[in-house]
Design a protein around this ligand. Structure first.
Ligand code: ZN
Length: 380
């Protein structure tokens, strides 16, 4: 299989150019026009490879892109689904202080390069290789690129699930753990808002007429903290809290945002019940609780392990070691795995610094990752 690595090695400079083009299009989530444009750019590339393109515009968000490749198969056969996202967390203008750049050590830097514009490019390149080298596949392949993954996949989830139901496997282009480690399991995620409502009063003149919403919220935050169970991998973190208006006013309102992570659906449901069931502690205080589970867990199932082992064997044929791990962060792989579809995540290019200023990829990893993705599309 080293011929496939050689193929991508020969293309490395042009692949890097393609990555640069995508990185230099800033595509913050909810930047609708920018996300429409990048979907068009990638759609043209995929259309040139004879992909059947479906664009699904989402007002206020951007456009989801599906490209179907039959490769001589009946499109109704269970497909290989490859999933990525076009949006990034970086605000427009980040390029000014973090431009695309190559380092002497062989890294390529830029906002969104690791998460996940390089992943999108290697997927296009893998499809290109199958076409130009006339490689065989066992199934049709669909590439789904969404525009709202970084903000919870609200509008893309139905598409991800619709495609997952037609799929034999799902391959997710998210970045690997540094070292090229793929992801076979992810925690589920819940997001909650807690609003404590008290009663305003003058802190000096009428303190006893007030109901202090900050105190009420504080009681609730301690209860939430007590739900942490690190042994079971259940975490409940109050990430944001706000309360009060002025120092001499008993606050009428306080609020918090809560991040919840868990390994099993049962733990997720239990935590939802606990949080939804929170009761006020202070007399005359009220609580409003919103939110729920946002992504179901992706357990490291037999299915996922078998898929990983297949990928590991392909990587060994290509001359590199592929390790796996489970992580606390979520992706669209959570949705495919929850439907029982074998899912392998973290198939993007090796690097580091997702969502951080040092975000980069390792340029020398591009050919082998592209080769691995090609072999997965061929053999699954
Ligand atoms: Zn991502």
């Amino acid at each position: 299989m080293s011929s496939l690595i050689n193929h991508f090695n020969a293309l490395q400079a042009s692949i890097l150019d393609s990555i640069r083009v995508l990185v230099e299009r800033e595509t913050t989530s909810r930047e609708e026009a920018r996300l429409n444009e990048i979907a068009d750019v990638v759609a043209r590339q995929l259309s040139d490879l004879s992909g059947k393109i479906e664009l699904t515009p989402q007002p206020g968000y951007g456009t989801h892109l599906r490209a179907r490749f039959d490769f001589g198969h009946d499109r109704s056969e269970p497909q290989v689904l490859v999933i990525g996202h076009l949006d990034t967390v970086w605000p427009v203008g980040t390029l000014d202080r973090m431009p695309f750049r190559l380092t002497p050590e062989g890294a390529a830097h830029g906002p969104g390069i690791f998460d996940m514009k390089s992943g999108i490019v290697i997927a296009v390149q893998a499809l290109n290789a199958i076409r130009t080298l006339s490689l065989q596949t066992k199934r049709p392949v669909t590439l789904l690129l969404t525009c709202d993954e970084e903000i919870g996949s609200k509008t893309s989830r139905p598409l991800v699930e619709e495609e997952a139901r037609r799929s034999a496997v799902a391959l997710v282009l998210e970045p690997p753990i540094t070292g090229g480690v793929v992801k076979t399991g992810r925690k589920g995620i819940g997001v909650f808002g807690i609003r404590a409502i008290g009663r305003a009063a003058h802190a000096g003149l009428d303190p006893r007429k007030g109901v202090n919403a900050n105190v009420e919220l504080s009681h609730q935050i301690l209860r939430l903290a007590a739900l942490n169970d690190h042994e079971r991998g259940v975490t409940v973190s109050v990430g944001v809290m706000n309360g009060g208006t002025a120092i001499n006013v008993v606050p009428a309102e306080a609020s918090a945002k809560v991040d919840v992570r868990f390994w099993t659906p049962e733990d997720g449901e239990r935590i939802v019940r606990e949080i939804r069931g929170l009761q006020p502690v202070l007399a005359d205080a009220q609580l409003e609780i919103t939110g729920g589970i946002n992504r179901p867990p992706m357990p490291r199932s037999e299915n996922n392990i078998a898929l990983y082992e297949h990928a590991r064997d392909l990587a060994a044929e290509l001359g590199f070691e592929l390790r796996d791990a489970v992580v606390g962060g979520g992706s669209d792989g959570n949705f495919t795995a929850a439907l029982g579809v074998p899912t392998l995540d973290g198939l993007g290019v090796d690097g580091a610094g997702a969502h951080a200023d040092h975000e980069h990829i390792i340029v020398s990893d591009i050919p082998r990752r592209a080769a691995l993705l090609t072999r997965l599309m061929q053999t699954l």
